[in-house]
Design a protein around this ligand. Structure first.
Ligand SMILES: [Zn+2]
Length: 462
């Protein structure tokens, strides 16, 4: 389209947008919001004024690397976070003990051995069993759905099932990773290969947890790169018989000791009432867990640090919680619920950041209508950084158990998610995918929302 035409179209769109905004303009901002314009501006200015968050995330991921539950790297990173939080002047800094599963990948290899030899780019799925020491070799059958699996039924006995399920979003596709192995085992399959659950990448397999059904044999299960799944499909479509060889040392060791990391700014009037900024500090054992979820942890922590640095002590406590073991057990989230059960009625709001720290757009929120109106007003303070949106629902895996048990209003930071499922659970989850200005904006959004909700004269939703 010629430039002049574009300008005309843009101008017309702008006029239309202005009309829409006026027509849908909500009731004027509540009077109480005025008191928060100045502290919000200070928090946003401080967050955007330096690259502290990105620098800290780079230090975390470069120094410790990935942080799978049970690993020394996770425990070393936890010790570092506790020491750094104390250095930052955060209050009541502590680790709360959690026992976590200890799965180790070990060496692993998969290859097509017939009709041609072709190494498969793969990652074993978390919690998978390994193969016998000599590996397994079996005919592989490619299919696109559970319906196709069930239709083949007994013909799959002794075979390796290959799910080549196209990506249609995380929800519909991830069930093949979670339960595909046991469903294949129910038909007598001896192994499972999965087209990676993620957006098309550059031959990057995506790991992630599987859950074995108690009543089926446990068979080894791996994710292969999308390109490899497509190649197997094409070979089978030509009428060729596929044979795959798989060898994995993966095994589950006894539970290991880990901890949820907590740091706060204590409330000046009602310290027993708490706003939680949560995230998970563990990651998969590939990449460096920068987006999932080191970034969410650094942003949540940094939001509390900025309040402290600026002398903004809210009425209620703001608590950063770096949960352990979200990825293959959720033990951190469950332990927090159990260890804080009596205090959950005093949890005013729980916010989880686990969708990456890309450009923030706003928040998802679950809570009553009165609370929703309040958080919408607070989010309007973030219009300048483009993060004023409040979506229909919000929450997260780590805060989920507490939110449910305590009926706590819950929120998630919403960000531009276009890259998230390209790097999710892959070797490509590294800090270079994150822009310093984006994570700084995430810090600003969390700091403003956390601070104002913690400081409101009346408790959120009441
Ligand atoms: Zn995550």
């Amino acid at each position: 389209m010629p430039l002049a035409g574009m300008r005309t179209t843009f101008a017309a769109a702008l006029v239309a947008a202005t009309v829409v905004v006026r027509a849908q303009s909500p009731s004027p901002a509540p009077v109480w919001l005025d008191a928060y314009r100045e502290p919000a501006a200070r928090l946003i200015g401080a967050a955007l004024g330096d690259t502290a968050a990105w620098t800290r995330l780079a230090a975390l991921t470069d120094t410790f690397g990935h942080r799978l539950a049970g690993s020394k790297a996770l425990e070393d990173a936890i010790a570092w976070a506790l020491a750094e939080m104390k250095r930052d002047g955060l209050e009541n800094v502590r680790g709360e003990k959690v026992m976590v599963p200890h799965w180790v990948r070990g060496r692993e290899h998969a290859e097509l051995v017939a009709p041609v030899r072709h190494p498969l780019v793969m990652l074993g799925l978390g919690n998978s069993v390994g193969t016998p020491p000599d590996g397994i070799e079996a005919e592989a059958v490619v299919m696109r759905s559970f319906d196709e699996l069930d239709a083949r039924g007994a013909a799959l006995k002794g075979k390796i099932v290959v799910y080549n399920v196209p990506w249609t979003g995380y929800g519909p596709t991830v069930q093949y990773r979670s339960s595909g192995a046991s469903r294949a085992a129910a038909h007598g399959a001896v192994g499972m290969l999965l087209r990676s659950v993620g957006q098309p990448g550059l031959r990057t397999p995506h790991t992630g947890a599987l859950a074995y059904a108690a009543d089926q044999p446990k068979i080894p299960a791996v994710a292969i790169a999308n390109e490899d799944a497509d190649r197997l499909q094409r070979l089978q479509d030509r009428g060729l018989t596929l044979v795959v060889r798989l060898s994995m040392d993966a095994r589950m060791l006894p539970d290991a000791e880990s901890a949820n990391v907590i740091g706060e700014i204590a409330g000046r009037e009602r310290p027993e009432e708490v706003v939680v900024l949560g995230c998970h500090f563990d990651s998969w054992d590939v990449g460096t867990g920068a987006t999932d979820d080191g970034g969410g942890c650094v942003a949540s922590w940094e939001a509390v640090r900025l309040m402290k640095q600026l002398g903004l002590r809210p009425r209620r406590t703001v608590r950063a919680v770096l949960f352990t073991n979200e990825e293959n057990g959720l033990r951190g989230g469950l332990a927090y619920r159990d260890q804080h059960l009596a205090e959950l009625p005093n949890h005013v709001l729980m916010i989880e950041t686990d969708g990456g720290v890309f450009r923030p757009l706003g928040f998802g929120f679950s809570g009553n209508d009165q609370a929703r109106a309040t958080v919408k007003a607070i989010a309007s303070l973030l219009a300048g950084i483009g993060a004023a949106r409040v979506g229909a629902s919000g929450g997260g895996a780590d805060i989920g158990p507490s939110v449910q048990a305590g009926k706590v209003p819950s929120m998630s930071l919403d960000v531009d998610g276009s890259l998230y499922f390209t790097i999710h659970h892959t070797e490509a989850d590294t800090v270079d995918k994150i822009e310093p200005t984006d994570i700084a904006r995430c810090v600003a959004a969390l700091a403003v929302m956390g601070y104002v909700v913690a400081d409101l004269p009346a408790r959120l939703g009441q």
